[in-house]
Design a binder for this molecule. Structure first.
Ligand code: SAM
Ligand code: SF4
Length: 469
């Protein structure tokens, strides 16, 4: 693959972003309250407004930011929470990202790439647990091009078990490809393509990515452009927090989002905000150069919810359970659960292998434990994949979302998928708390909608599967 960056320019104006960060330090209370009033309209925020909210220091104002984020989150997304699991396919990698356990010069890491049979074994374990949405994760190695990645996706989709069903949406987190490569992934039916820029600060980026394809900042910066050009409507961006000043990276990431919107009429489908976690032989991951406190982290998630109200916010199991619980209300819309971060981990009877994994997981609970907690918290777990299969993606999805579609369709669909889960996979304890939640939600629908949903729920009870509106 040729890494052609001819004619590409860095649309992140570092000086301008720093100027915005400095100009918005210590914002006045009246200014913050004015921005929060605007944020309630769910039309997004400018970079300047986002900079102000990121730098609120006063506890009372901070709580006002959280309260506004909770309201916007509840209005747009209601009480549903999409669940997924990552599936690591290979930890072989030719890059040397200094923070990652998979880096090429980590000679202590045991390398492993799953065979098709091993992929089937992992998928079967995940299906038996009730998963319907997976995020496939790959190191970047010259041996593994787009055709090989596409083949692994096909293997996942083809692993269908009579007892436990099938994976309905495969998202991908792999190194940037060229347009032809992305077209190959599009043709095999991937959902979202994710690529995190890690940091948008070029000098820091260069120091942390000393060799391999990933050292080419512009090649990575335009990865999502190429994916969209290839027809992949849903793309996900992210920044790895702890590498550089989070205020800079968040404003830069939002500039990236705006750039996509300008070119393609729609911004990213999702945003991720991983924090650095300890990883084998990666000192920087134990001592992040720009650590971000829990308070700053929570505020950042709340502010993202206000800045890009219709973009999905993804939270991984890098965070511990207490933080994850708090972030549910503040803005997160997708949650990974029961995650394991090395190839072959789900079928591994001796799970817990620091010598193979990418980084340490902060929330080790099983999928079912996470489900019980979020149900107690009043959330409906969702595995819905209707939009993607009905072509409601990209710009089309965003237009619908802005018209209240999430509450009208995603909410009932979450109930249908949760009902399937309760029927096919849940233990008695989960059923005992889940079924009353489904009933309560159904009771709250207006009569016409209620009849439609009840008839679908009945059909699930009779054995039909994969129903959606
Ligand atoms: N290899 C591909 C790449 O780098 O784009 C995709 C997979 S990589 C395993 C997925 C993401 O893991 C990276 O983009 C990075 O943000 C994150 N990551 C790497 N090391 C990490 C660490 N020590 N703690 C938390 N996240 C980490
Ligand atoms: Fe390889 Fe990705 Fe890890 Fe970098 S972050 S070393 S590219 S797996």
């Amino acid at each position: 693959m040729q890494l052609d960056t001819k004619g590409l320019t860095n649309f992140i104006d570092e000086e301008a972003i720093w100027k915005t960060v400095r100009a918005t330090e210590n914002p006045e209370a009246a200014r913050v309250r004015g921005i929060l009033d605007k944020a309630k309209e769910a039309k997004g925020l400018t970079l300047e407004e986002t900079g102000c909210l990121l730098q609120v220091d006063d506890p009372e104002l901070n709580e006002a930011v959280f309260e506004t984020a909770r309201t916007v989150k509840q209005t747009i997304y209601g009480n549903r929470m999409v669940l997924f699991a990552p599936l690591y396919i290979t930890n072989e990698c030719g890059n040397r990202c200094v923070y990652c356990g998979f880096k090429a010069d980590n000679t202590e890491l045991v390398r492993r790439t799953l065979t098709p049979e091993e992929i089937r074994q992992e998928v079967t374990v995940l299906e038996n647990l009730g998963h319907k949405r997976l995020l496939l994760v790959y190191g970047e190695h010259p041996r593994f091009g787009a055709d090989w990645i596409a083949e692994t996706v096909r293997t996942v989709y083809d692993t269908v078990s009579e007892k436990s069903g099938e994976i309905r949406r495969v998202n991908i987190n792999c190194a940037p490809l060229d347009v032809a490569g992305f077209r190959t992934l599009h043709e095999v039916g991937i959902g979202t393509y994710q690529c995190f820029q890690e940091t948008y600060h070029t000098e820091t980026y260069a120091a942390l990515h000393p060799s391999g394809h990933k050292k080419h900042f512009l090649w990575r910066l335009y990865a999502l452009h190429r994916a969209m050009e290839a027809g992949i409507d849903d793309v996900g961006m992210g920044a790895l927090l702890g590498l550089y000043d989070h205020r800079f990276d968040i404003l830069a990431m939002l500039t990236h989002a705006a750039e996509l919107e300008k070119h393609f009429g729609v911004g990213p489908h999702t945003i991720s905000f991983p924090r650095l976690e300890p990883a084998l032989n990666a000192d920087i991951a134990y001592n992040p150069p720009h650590p971000i406190t829990n308070e700053q982290f929570k505020r950042l998630v709340a502010v993202l919810r206000l800045a890009v109200p219709y973009t999905g916010l993804i939270l991984s199991t890098r965070e511990g359970k207490t933080m994850r619980r708090e972030l549910l209300d503040l803005g997160v819309s997708q949650l990974s659960a029961g995650s394991r971060t090395y190839p072959g981990a789900y079928a591994d009877p001796n799970y817990d292998r620091p010598d193979v994994q990418q980084f340490c997981v902060g929330d080790n609970r099983s999928l079912e434990e996470v489900i019980q907690e979020i149900v107690h918290h009043g959330y409906i777990p969702s595995w819905c994949t209707a939009c993607y299969r009905l072509g409601r993606t990209g710009e089309h999805f965003m237009e619908l979302a802005k018209k209240g579609f999430i509450q009208e369709f995603c909410h009932p669909n979450s109930l249908l998928t949760f009902k399937e889960y309760l029927h096919d996979y849940a233990g008695n304890d989960t059923r005992a708390v889940g079924l009353p939640l489904v009933q309560r939600e159904v009771d709250n629908f207006p009569a016409k909608r209620r009849d439609l949903v009840v008839s679908r729920l009945d059909r699930i009870e009779q054995g039909e599967r994969d129903l959606y509106l």
